[in-house]
Design a protein around this ligand. Sequence first.
Ligand code: SF4
Length: 558
Amino acid sequence: MAIERDTLETDILIVGAGPAGLSFAYKLAQLLGGDSSAAKPEILFMEKGSYVGAHALSGAVMDPRGIAELIPDFREKGAPLEAAVSGDSFYLLSEKSAIKSPVNPPPLQNHGSYVISLNKFTGWLAQQVEAAGIDIYAGMAGFELLVEEGKVTGVQTVDMGLDKDGTPKSNFEPGSIVRAKVTVLCEGVHGSLTRQAFEKIPSLREHCQPQSYLTGVKEVWEVPAGRIKAGQVMHTVGWPQPHDQYGGGWIYGMSDTMVSVGYCVGLDSYDPTNDPHLKFQLYKTHPLLRRILEGGTMLHYGAKTMPDAGYYSIPKLYHDGLMLCGDSAGLMNPQRLKGIHLAIKSGMMAAETAFEAVKKQDYSATVLKGYQERFDTSWAREEVYRTRNVHAGFKGGLYAGLFHSAMQLVTGGRGLFDRREHKRDHEYMLTIEAFKARFGREPKKPQLTFDNKYTYDKLTDVYKSGTMHEEHQPSHLVIADYDICNNRCTQEYGNPCQHFCPASVYNMVDDEARPGKKKLELTPSNCVHCKTCDIADPYQVIRWVTPQGGEGPNYTDM
Ligand code: SF4
């Protein structure tokens, strides 16, 4: 039965109230307010979280360059800055030791930056946007990107009130068609509409390499005084990642008693048991971390992917009726593990372009390509270009990567090679047989017994993310072929989804219909929307689609 849908018309549709979308809106409001001759466009700003910041998670040490351009008096306006960076250190970890680098590598020197909670920061930025006259509709989620005759024409929002099997319940509300002259995707990492944009408009990724991702797992701890100083920033490489796999950790002093601690794991791993959550819990058992955290209280948990491949994986930033900003465009500096300032700058440049489109009443690629031109001549492009080979330099392992990083630093980013080709992350995963052939043993996870006082199992951690989903709705993890999961994947890879998901959504349980066999069981209500499964599944049969608006994690202090 065809569903009748309301149609809303707008000029500009902003999807996602993270730093990029909020900066876009704030800058556009400023430009419109400063030009009485400009026609006032209709603007619709939607955010899938239950409030602005509910899905925002980052380390985070923010380079203020972006926010200082957007709101020069951001400090006076009360931006929530947890602490100015007061000291930096960099460690190489083995299981029992921590070797402190005598010199902090220049990219990891953070003097002048701030330790922030991204979810508090975006909440504050949202207040500035609303004060500038643009309303934000939290709890409104886009389901499908509308592309007609090669042009992006808007978004269909999620149907609300469907039962598990897709049957409308008494509270059924069909998703609306939001028709927009330009849709600005600021969804964050691996957004579902952005993924559709790449599928429906292949020219967006025609000349770029696949994106590479990290999954970052984070907790916020309250610790006794004297363990850390406000603004103290520590980065580590090495253990518990093996030296031939990409990743590293951070410990940031949010105050003298609040700590942000996290660990990032590359998803281009050969290991089908790669488990970012487990690696993070192991990380906390290192003596360096125990000295800071032990005796404290874990307050919050979250996980999220990051785009790490750098410059050569950035797509074309515009199309007819479309602009891509922030993490949706893969804008992150992999050397500094920073993207907030780049997201802010990209939002500002997209807003300048949208303002031009409003004035010319022309939202076609002819005008929107101005965003690409602004980016190509900006400091943001220069910064990501300088770090273009960082991730690729670690393909030969940690020590080769550190060597390549040093070479890249002295050669303006080129190093010993340029534009090294790479595959999509899931293509690096070895089957169990291939793993045995390479390493002479079965893939096996490190052992750790969670005590749920210092090291936490996934379910206890998920509870601390505030994640909520209506149970009675279609699963937002769509499995294209369960037969592959229950048979072929079990044999070939050992069901990596049960390892890589940091929220225990995927579990292999006894299959009563097939004694002695297991079947995949999903618990979508645990999902923290990190997107790891959509990226790392070796058969690409898992698809993350948007659940009802206002669901997912409800982060605080993250
Ligand atoms: Fe992340 Fe997928 Fe697990 Fe959700 S189901 S928490 S998106 S890996």
